[in-house]
Design a protein around this ligand. Structure first.
Ligand code: PXP
Length: 248
């Protein structure tokens, strides 16, 4: 691999969660994004959910105007979100499954089950110049389907791996890390760019950062939580350090 640098995308959704808890104007996710940029983030990720529980439409306007680094716009595969993405033309669009009742994005997208619709859904986004990423489980059938519909990128869901670590099931965790490693190589061989994310912490990031084919990690909830204790810039710098240290 010629460029082995692992990019860090900082997800700022939960700055907006704190803001929205009180309906105030602060803390401002745009300010957090600019700080993240200054701290060495390679991109900013924001998920505009259908129910607008954290990021708002105005936040997306603000991010597009303020950022000097790429925006990875996370969205469900709905006509409303497609129209918003086409209006803004962010660097990347990451298609995620979305259920109103979930606390966070629980599983990967079922691409194989919805292939035809998704192929038509992402085509205009690609034509508009966005890099289209599909958030999926580390599963060969889903990777094949993501490849067939014309996605340029897949993001592997690391939530199960992180949950097993949190439960103390280290055998299960290591098996899941192995599966992520194998599926990253499989997707890379198909010509897909491989990203990963969800639930990553200082404790869990290194084995994922060590996967040579993974080019970008998207990390939010832990970093924003850690920022309460050490500040956003040191919280990001520590994640960056661990990622660089783990790189093969
Ligand atoms: N990647 C995707 C596709 C996501 O949906 C999320 C959560 O919004 C993340 C990464 C970041 O997950 P976390 O906030 O748990 O770090």
């Amino acid at each position: 691999m010629t460029n082995n640098k692992l990019r860090l995308g900082v997800n700022i959704d939960h700055v907006a969660t704190v803001r929205n808890a009180r309906g105030s104007a602060y803390p401002d996710p745009i300010r957090a994004a600019k700080l993240a940029e200054a701290a060495g983030a390679d991109g900013i990720t924001a998920h505009l959910r259908e129910d607008r529980r954290h990021i708002s439409d105005a936040d997306i306007d603000g991010l597009m105007a303020a950022l000097g680094i790429p925006l990875n716009f996370e969205m469900a595969a709905t006509a409303e979100m497609q129209a918003i993405a086409l209006r803004h033309r962010p660097h990347a669009v990451c298609i995620v499954p979305e259920k109103r009742e979930e606390r966070t994005t629980e599983g990967g997208l079922e691409v194989a089950r919805d292939e035809n619709r998704l192929a038509h859904f992402i085509a205009p986004l690609r034509d508009a110049g966005c890099r289209v990423s599909i958030f999926i489980a580390a599963d060969q059938a889903q990777i094949d389907a993501a490849n067939r519909i014309g996605a340029q990128v897949i993001e592997l869901h690391t939530g199960a791996y992180c949950d097993l670590h949190a439960e103390g099931d280290f055998t299960g965790r290591d098996r899941e890390a192995q599966r992520l490693t194998e599926m990253a190589a499989y997707a890379h061989d198909l010509g897909l760019e491989v990203h990963a994310g969800h639930g990553l912490t200082y404790e869990t990031v290194s084995p994922i950062a060590a996967i040579a084919q993974v080019r970008e990690l998207n990390i939010g909830h832990f970093i924003i939580g850690e920022a309460i204790f050490r500040g956003l810039t040191p919280a990001i710098e520590e994640m960056r350090r661990l990622m660089d240290e783990a790189r093969p």
